[in-house]
Ligand binder design. Structure first.
Ligand code: PLP
Length: 374
């Protein structure tokens, strides 16, 4: 038996998505830029997919562009907002994904842009007061880049409050919504979000395809130059099968989001209940009360050689989960997120992340293994 509890890293594809992609790849092999029938038919698939994405986040169709990944989408927004929109300061947070942090670091070095990282509290929440203070004390053109759901600990930001502050102080708001798109309601207009990124492989779609929403009032120039694809915004022949798969996966996820959330929340609560009954000194990282995404549970185990080996031993037992540490020069170190929330570095954190395809029986198997291993 092989059990997959690493759905924040990537998700298994939904069978209907695979069917859709196979049929598109078989039949719709035309180049969307060609004006003959094969081309027009492929183009129609891309445009239908754009409509699906736009509708899901309440954007307009012309604001959606397909990219190779959310990493590309995030790079595009951050780098081109500086080049095109006169952004002279970026405010982000210490727990963002590396594709945000590394891009911001690059932008600071190359373009001399002011770059401020907000602290987070022990649960991973930014301090909205600190954000407001920074926005109010200067009228320098600012882009705020704060993610919706943290990929390591599941803590969920109040995107409405952040968007409102950005609106009040005339700042731009970019939201990395990779862990929440399709799973939680997002309304880019109501939340005053100017830029948003998503990635298909996080919601049971294929890898290598993502999207960026760029609001009409803050259009950017192309990030990749060449042909006129994506209305001149992103050159390169479109990944038609991937785009069709992204849209199908998003539609399924979005339509089923209420029952999926209920299911995933049940698995999370059941897992916590069973873990707590083992008598092991377990702690949970991230907000456990209100503002969290149900599919991510970051568990901190007491120090000791058994805990250090846990991810590996679970793997041997047939369970895939993820360690929240990076190994440098043979020494395991807490991730930047664990550092930012002040996690006790002697303890060992493992991220378990769930999807609609997990079951309570799998949780029973997992807890049984943890009980014997720790
Ligand atoms: N942002 C967050 C929050 C993520 O979890 C990930 C993927 O791990 C990314 C960005 C990058 O997404 P992609 O794999 O599409 O580049």
């Amino acid at each position: 038996m092989r059990i997959y509890f690493d759905n924040a890293a990537t998700t298994p594809m939904h069978p209907d998505v695979i069917d859709t992609m196979i049929s598109v790849m078989n039949d719709e092999y035309g180049n969307p830029s060609s004006i003959h029938r094969h081309g027009r038919s492929a183009k129609a698939i891309v445009e239908q997919a754009r409509k699906t994405v736009a509708k899901t986040i309440n954007a307009s169709i012309g604001e959606i562009f397909f990219t190779s990944s959310a990493t590309e989408a995030n790079n595009m927004v951050l780098k081109n907002a500086v080049g095109d929109l006169g952004v002279a300061r970026i405010i982000s947070s210490a727990t963002e994904h590396p594709c945000i942090l590394e891009s911001c670091d690059f932008i600071r070095r190359e373009y001399g842009v002011d770059y401020v990282l907000l602290d987070v509290d022990q649960y991973g929440h930014i301090n909205l007061g600190q954000l407001e203070e920074l926005l109010s004390e200067s009228d320098i053109k600012t882009l705020v880049s704060i993610m919706h759901v943290n990929n390591e600990i599941g803590t969920m930001s109040n995107i409405n409050a952040i968007g409102n502050l950005c609106k009040q102080y005339d700042a731009l708001y970019h939201c990395d919504a990779v862990q929440s798109v399709g799973k939680y309601d997002i309304d880019v207009q109501a939340s005053n979000i100017h830029f948003l990124s998503g990635s298909a492989h996080k919601f049971h779609g294929p890898k290598g395809i993502g999207f960026v929403m760029i609001s009409n009032d803050h259009m950017l120039s192309p990030f990749i130059h060449g042909g006129a694809q994506e209305r001149n915004m992103r050159a390169g022949t479109e990944n038609v099968g991937g785009i069709a798969g992204l849209a199908r996966a998003l539609q399924i996820m979005y339509d089923d989001r209420v029952i999926v959330l209920e299911h995933v929340l049940d698995l999370r609560n059941y897992f916590k209940q069973e873990l707590n009954s083992t008598g092991i000194d377990i702690r949970y990282n991230g907000d456990q009360e209100t503002n969290f995404a149900a599919h991510i549970l970051s568990v901190s185990f007491p120090p000791g050689p058994k805990a250090d080996m846990l991810v590996m031993n679970l793997d041997i037992a047939g369970i895939s989960a993820s360690s929240a540490s990076a190994c440098s020069a043979g020494i395991e170190e807490d991730s930047h997120v664990m550092h930012a929330i002040g996690h006790d570095a002697d303890r060992k954190t493992i991220r378990f992340s769930f999807s609609r395809f997990n079951t309570r029986d799998e949780i029973d198997f997992l807890v049984d293994k943890i009980r014997t291993m720790v």
